[in-house]
Design a protein around this ligand. Structure first.
Ligand code: ARG
Length: 261
């Protein structure tokens, strides 16, 4: 089977081939579809976090040569000294790319401990340099990228089906940005100031467990960080992402600036 370059994928590919179109295809497969393998050469900023034993537990995204953005709930899950940032490794079973330790962790001071309450964002500074192209970070001038229907790409090594196994490979999927009104209907705690939703009304394509902290991209611009969802790829329950533009100043402040204390 030929590998298509723009394969939408992600977290779910119940369908056996990678030639799926960018929408769900329920007729072909009643479970999660629409995802497929992705390459780190196309998405060099897509990285994952591993613990001391080398187990991938979250995604993350390179935002400068020394910093990565991830979810706050990922940053607090593992002690700083035990975190490894793995970049340039498409297949978890290989030793490709680089593994860097973390020298500093910034967690949004407003993060409550519950992703459902928002502010689910953190920035880690690595020891050494990340030899891969960073993503651009959306800021307040990028309101257009958050308009309903904008096709965004989510990337990760997480589960390929609700309750299913995690992927060995990086996967990507295309999901449309959902309006604040629709997302509010799906999640009563939705806060449009610091969250954004993406997914199809009928479900079928989504991020899932293990994808948290990973990027939601429009072109080369990071607009969201995988945060939470009810199940995965369920109808009426889009994925919820941290709205990166709300945190663009704090993200850039972590780059090259030493915080005191
Ligand atoms: N909280 C999950 C994680 O830690 C991510 C869940 C995303 N769920 C979704 N349906 N989009 O990996």
């Amino acid at each position: 089977m030929a590998t298509a370059v723009m394969v939408p994928v992600v977290v779910t590919s119940a369908s056996a081939d990678d030639t799926a179109v960018s929408g769900p295809d329920k007729a072909a497969e009643p479970r999660i579809v629409g995802g497929g393998k992705a390459s780190v050469s196309q998405y060099p900023y897509a990285v994952f976090l591993a613990d001391r034993s080398g187990n991938q537990y979250c995604g993350a995204v390179i935002v400068s040569s020394t910093t990565i953005a991830t979810a706050a709930h990922c940053a607090v899950a593992v002690k700083k000294n035990d975190v490894r940032v793995v970049a340039g490794r498409e297949d978890k079973r290989t030793r490709d790319g680089v593994e860097l330790r973390v020298s500093k962790v910034w967690v949004s001071p407003d993060y409550s401990g519950d992703p459902g309450k928002g502010d689910d964002i953190a920035v880690m500074t690595v020891s050494g340099q990340l030899p891969y192209r960073p993503a651009k970070v959306a800021d307040n001038g990028n309101a257009d990228l958050y308009e309903e229907g904008t096709k965004a790409t989510v990337l990760g090594w997480g589960r390929v089906a609700d309750g299913g196994a995690r992927s060995d490979y990086l996967r990507s999927a295309v999901v449309p940005v959902v309006s604040d009104k629709t997302c509010r209907t799906a999640y009563s705690g939705y806060d449009p100031s610091d969250m954004v939703c993406a997914g199809y009304p009928e479900g079928g394509v989504d991020a899932c467990q293990g994808d948290s902290g990973g990027p939601l991209m429009v072109g080369d611009t990071l607009i969201g960080i995988v945060s939470f969802g009810e199940g995965c790829a369920k109808a009426g329950k889009p994925g919820v992402y941290t709205r990166v533009s709300h945190f663009s100043n704090e993200i850039s402040q972590q780059n090259g600036r030493k915080l005191i204390g």
